[in-house]
Design a protein around this ligand. Structure first.
Ligand SMILES: Cc1ncc(C[n+]2csc(CCOP(=O)(O)OP(=O)(O)O)c2C)c(N)n1
Length: 577
């Protein structure tokens, strides 16, 4: 119903007003002529909300995705139709795979031109809708200016409720310029589900019968209180806890119950422990390909271990795995519900739990590497950076050193400190760090990039400079190749390099051209003073780490991978037939 007492204003203004009412103070985007009335709305409300104009919609969508991760409320991105929407789609895919609340607004052709393949026209329900199984949870097209607040409220609910994720709202150009007296709706809070009491009793019985339990925690929607309560639950029951792939900040990595991250490049001892567990509690995390070691740590669809799966979305439960017990619960309640389970005075698995943490600590030790020791570099960063630093990364082998050697504090201590895409999208890390530095200027944002990864969104250096980011450091790990792909090539087709070499710019000159501080580091010993200078700079800084092309992962060199593959090929040729 339309409140006739609301002042008449353009729908574009009413939209920005609605965002302000939802508590949004920052939106990211690239402007387009399809949504001029909204841009005018940002001008109208400029003392309450800012529009950060990025240099590419992929960068803008990643910044909005990072905003969703950091705040737990939908990240906001505005793009124009056709080309803008296609560029932004990578951020929608990432928000979907990462279960991040986000709303992407797309300017659309005028209603009177629909279905003519008008200039840059695309049908976003087809392109990004739930039927794609990898983009938006919901796509709405706002046909009526008077219903705009209803659509915004629906979008915010859909983005945050159940399994959080991205939502798309399509805005026909003519609708945005229509006058409306639509009311401003109140801030939306997600409905939060609790696990059923009977299921909690069953879980307690399963825990009591276990000998080698293991917890994998992750997912989106945790509150600080719930994360704290989950830690108490783990402490009461003395449970070893691992974090799902790129949800490594879900549990305090410095805690004696921490067992490591369950993702790419997993500690082999941890992988073995999960295989040997007799009860796995997957709390909040999707049991996706990366967290299950390609569905091998837990055999799909029926694992050897007993499996309890708690997830916020009903559609995720029983999707791959036939769990012995399924609990549907918002993560903001999950820890609190688990914390009510009374633990026995002693548990039979104390030694198992202690060994899990000992394995984690042993994995922190690595043999020294000359002239550039990435383990030492990561440990230096962790030592010098404040404990609430936000670390960001995209995709590539370089991320393995970050995940392995930098401990993330739990959510209850500093909120989200890891902005990293489970979608494995290259180019995520730099815009995520720029977004974090602009959204939370009091905290340091450190981006670790590969040389391939970095230049996928290198243009966003300009956004950082233009909007005055200060506590922002990007470390570019340059081995001169698309190293991950080269690693796979050497393993599958040894010695046959194809398409994986990189031609790189002078990264220092590149960053300086955007007004950043920058320096190159070739030896481990020079890293610490360089990082200290970057910390003291109080402006964006880039550190270019030059590595040998043979540097591949935190566990192996390219030549060792190639030699092992050649030896395997020789063995199979020599084998009797
Ligand atoms: C957008 C995107 N394109 C391609 C890929 C496939 N891919 C995964 S890792 C990788 C190479 C990364 O190279 P670099 O950033 O230099 O890091 P390195 O692996 O050398 O450490 C590629 C091409 C991807 N994950 N995302």
């Amino acid at each position: 119903m339309i409140d006739s007492s609301a002042p008449e204003r353009m729908a574009g203004h009413a939209l920005v007003e609605a965002l302000v009412a939802q508590g949004v103070d920052t939106a990211f985007g690239v402007p387009g002529e399809s949504y001029l009335a909204v841009l005018d709305g940002f001008h109208e409300f400029r003392d309450r909300i800012r529009f950060i104009a990025c240099r590419q919609e992929g960068g803008a969508a990643f910044m909005a995705e990072a905003q969703g991760k950091l705040t737990g409320r939908p990240g906001i991105c505005f793009v124009t139709r056709g080309p803008g929407a296609t560029n932004a789609s990578i951020g929608v895919h990432t928000a979907f795979q990462d279960s991040t609340p986000m709303v992407l607004f797309i300017g659309q052709v005028a209603s009177g031109q629909r279905d003519r393949e008008a200039f840059q026209e695309v049908d976003y329900r087809q392109m990004l809708g739930p039927g794609t199984l990898g983009f938006a949870k919901w796509v709405g097209e706002v046909q009526s200016a008077d219903r705009l607040p209803e659509y915004v409220a629906h979008a915010f609910h859909a983005a945050m409720q159940g399994r959080p994720g991205p939502v798309v709202l399509v805005l026909p150009e003519d609708m945005l310029a229509t006058p409306t007296r639509a009311p401003v709706l109140a801030r939306v809070e997600p409905a939060q589900a609790w696990p059923a009491p009977g299921a909690l009793r069953d879980l307690r019985a399963m825990l009591t019968a276990a000998r080698r339990p293991f917890v994998i925690v992750g997912g989106s929607g945790w509150s600080a209180e719930s994360a704290q309560a989950l830690q108490r639950f783990a402490e009461n029951w003395q449970l070893p806890v691992g974090c799902g792939f790129r949800f490594q900040d879900s549990f305090d990595n410095r805690h004696p119950l921490y067992a490591g991250d369950v993702g790419i490049g997993i500690n082999p001892a941890l992988a073995q422990r999960i295989r040997e567990a007799d009860l796995v509690l997957a709390i909040g995390v999707r049991l996706g390909e990366m967290t299950t070691g390609g569905y091998t740590l837990l055999a799909a669809p029926r694992p050897q271990q007993k499996l309890v799966h708690l997830h916020a979305g009903a559609e995720e439960l029983g999707r791959v795995y036939a769990a012995d017990l399924m609990l549907q619960s918002s993560l903001a309640n999950a820890g609190k519900a688990l914390d009510t389970l009374a633990a026995p005075p002693t548990v039979p698995w104390s030694a198992w739990t202690e060994q899990a943490h000992a394995d984690y600590l042993a994995n922190q030790v690595a043999s020294p590497v000359e002239p550039m020791d990435m383990a030492a570099v990561m440990k230096t960063i962790a030592r010098l950076a404040p404990s609430d630093t936000v670390y960001t990364n995209g995709a590539g082998n370089f991320s393995g050193w970050l995940h392995r050697f930098v401990p993330y504090p739990g959510l209850q201590h500093a909120g989200r400190t890891q902005l990293a895409c489970t979608s494995g999208a290259m180019g995520y890390g730099l815009p995520a760090a720029v977004g974090a530095a602009l959204l939370e200027p009091a905290r340091l944002a450190v981006n670790i990039s590969g040389d391939g990864d970095f230049l996928m969104n290198g243009q966003e250096l300009a956004t950082a400079t233009g909007y005055g980011a200060k506590k922002l450091i990007s470390v570019v790990v340059d081995n001169g190749t698309f190293g991950t792909i080269r690693m796979h090539q050497e393993r599958e087709y040894p010695g046959r390099v194809s398409g994986s070499d990189l031609f790189n710019p002078d990264f220092v000159a590149f960053a300086r051209a955007f007004g950043w501080e920058a320096e190159r580091v070739d030896r481990t010993a020079d890293f610490e003073p360089a990082f200290a200078r970057a910390l003291a700079a109080n402006r964006p800084s880039l550190i270019h780490l030059k590595l040998d092309a043979d540097v591949s992962t935190s566990r192996a060199t390219l030549s060792s991978i190639r030699n092992a593959a050649l030896a395997r090929a020789k063995d199979s040729k020599d084998a009797p037939r």
